[in-house]
Write a protein that binds this ligand. Structure first.
Ligand SMILES: *[C@@H]1O[C@H](CO)[C@@H](O)[C@H](O)[C@H]1NC(C)=O
Length: 177
C-alpha cells in the first residue's frame, strides 16, 4: 500500500514534467547564448570611445531579429547586467565617485568611460524591455521609446568623442539573475 502510493505520486510527478518538456521540444525554443559574467568581463569602458554600442552587442550576442525566441534565462541575465551597470555608475566606487576623485586627463578618460557605461546600461535596458514584450506579451512600448531616446543620445556622445581614451572602473558585481 505504502509503495503503491509512492508509485502513483512518482508517476503523477513524472507526467507533470513530461508535458512541458514535450511542448518545449515542439516549439523548438532556442537555447540560451549568455553565461553569467563579472562586471569586469561584460563592461565596455576600456579602450577608446566611438564604438560602444557594437561593443555591447558583442558582449550580449542576442539575436535581435528574433526576440520572441530569446531564452528566458538570457533575459534574466540581461536584466541583472543592466542593474549592475547602473550600480557601476552611481554606487560607491562607481564612475561618479571615481570622476569626483580624479582630475585632468584621468577624469576626462573616466567621463568617456561613463558614457560608454551609459550605452551599456541603456542598451541592456531597451533590450530587456523588448524581450520582455516579445516573450511575455507585455506592452513596454512607451518605456522602450523613452529609453531608446536616451540611448541614442549617449551613442551620439560616444561617437562624437571617437578615439578618445576611455577608462573603466574596478567595480565588483556580476550579472547572475
Ligand atoms: C544619457 O543617458 C542618461 C540616462 O542615463 C540621460 O539622462 C541623458 O539624457 C543621456 N544624454 C546624453 C547627452 O548622453
Amino acid at each position: 500500500m505504502f509503495f503503491s502510493k509512492i508509485a502513483i505520486v512518482l508517476s503523477v510527478a513524472a507526467s507533470a514534467f513530461a508535458l512541458p518538456a514535450n511542448l518545449e521540444a515542439h516549439k523548438q525554443k532556442r537555447a540560451g547564448v549568455l553565461t553569467v559574467q563579472d562586471y569586469s568581463q561584460f563592461q565596455v569602458s576600456d579602450g577608446v570611445a566611438g564604438n560602444a554600442l557594437a561593443e555591447v552587442q558583442a558582449k550580449f550576442p542576442i539575436d535581435e531579429n528574433d526576440l520572441a525566441n530569446v531564452d528566458p534565462n538570457d533575459l534574466a541575465i540581461i536584466q541583472a547586467a543592466r542593474k549592475t551597470a547602473e550600480s557601476a555608475e552611481t554606487d560607491t566606487g562607481g564612475f561618479n565617485d571615481a570622476i569626483e576623485a580624479a582630475s585632468g586627463s584621468a577624469a576626462d578618460a573616466l567621463s568617456v568611460g561613463k558614457i560608454k557605461n551609459k550605452v551599456l546600461k541603456l542598451k541592456l535596458e531597451v533590450l530587456g524591455l523588448q524581450i520582455d514584450q516579445a516573450i511575455n506579451g507585455k506592452d513596454n512600448s512607451a518605456k522602450i521609446k523613452e529609453e531608446t531616446t536616451k540611448l541614442n543620445k549617449n551613442v551620439s556622445t560616444d561617437k562624437a568623442s571617437a578615439g578618445k581614451t576611455s577608462q573603466s572602473v574596478d567595480f565588483s558585481g556580476d550579472d547572475s539573475p
